[in-house]
Design a protein around this ligand. Structure first.
Ligand SMILES: [Zn+2]
Length: 288
């Protein structure tokens, strides 16, 4: 039975998120800030999203008429496990979380998506079905693109393929790290890592968050999250007030975070050159 407004999905799935659902109070609709503008020779997409920025100028000009700038409100669910995606989302200032769910509705976060990523990777895969729930952590804007248009560009343009597949590789790395992290690192270390990642994406020191919701993201009880947050507050790293967590001492969080945060940062800086990218450059040079 349909239970959502059609953000970009075929709403034919029952709600799995029984526990998480009570933390999400009637999420508002996605607001379209700017529809795709008619294409002209001068049209180009203004974006901070790293994937869209990696697309060739010609591709971005072609997509200008189809990319919509939308506002994603906090706690908005963009897709559920098993959904067929009708849109891809490329965050600008919005920050999203990908969650694995149990049949009882408990959740654990497997990846965070910000301005260097996208929601909708299954669109370019042979099976367009998402295994996770995507929910908006921090409200903000994102570019939205119809699935059939993204799929067509992916098939047509090697540079688009490389940009998306390189992100797929980074996300697989993050999911692997999240699995190890939740098994071996304690809640305080994981909380520090989580705050640092969101801080990197959000460009803001204050994060709207309840400990109950954070517990769902980290797969921990509210009591354990509350204890860990109190320790960080006593150490002067954060201040919690009225549902806001304010980051006061980023260096202190870095010192207390598990290795996962630091490894991810090193990966981002030291990623080896993609053989696909090298092959594409050689093909382009040869064509000239
Ligand atoms: Zn960890």
């Amino acid at each position: 039975m349909p239970h959502r407004s059609g953000v970009g999905l075929i709403p034919d799935k029952p709600s799995w998120h029984i526990n998480l659902g009570r933390l999400i109070s009637r999420p508002p609709l996605v607001m379209i800030l700017r529809s795709g503008a008619p294409q002209s020779s001068a049209s180009r997409v203004s974006t901070t999203n790293q994937i869209l920025k990696a697309f060739p100028e010609e591709t971005r000009r072609r997509l200008h008429a189809n990319l919509e700038l939308v506002r994603l409100p906090a706690r908005k669910i963009l897709c559920e496990p098993g959904d067929l995606l009708r849109f891809a989302f490329f965050p600008e200032r919005a920050v999203l979380s990908l969650l694995g769910l149990t049949g009882d509705g408990d959740a654990a976060e497997i990846a965070i998506v910000g301005h260097d990523g996208m929601v909708g990777l299954p669109i370019v895969l042979p099976i367009n079905s998402t295994p996770y729930q995507a929910i908006v952590l921090m409200d903000g804007d994102a570019h939205r693109l119809r699935a059939d248009i993204l799929r067509a560009e992916f098939r047509r343009d090697a540079v688009v393929q490389i940009a998306i597949l390189e992100y797929l590789h980074r996300q697989l790395g993050e999911m692997t790290r999240s699995t190890v992290c939740s098994r071996y690192h304690d809640v305080r270390q994981r909380l520090c890592r989580w705050l640092l990642i969101v801080h990197d994406y959000a460009h803001a020191d204050a994060i709207a968050l309840t400990q109950e919701f954070l517990g769902h993201l980290l797969g921990a009880t509210r009591k354990r999250v509350s204890h860990a947050a109190a320790e960080l507050q006593d150490a002067g790293c954060i201040r919690q007030r009225h549902g806001l967590v304010r980051i006061l001492n980023r260096r202190g969080l870095e010192q207390r975070a598990c290795e996962c945060y630091h490894l991810a940062r090193e990966d981002a800086v030291e990623s080896p050159p993609s053989p696909l990218r090298t092959a594409s450059s050689a093909t382009t040079a040869h064509a000239r």
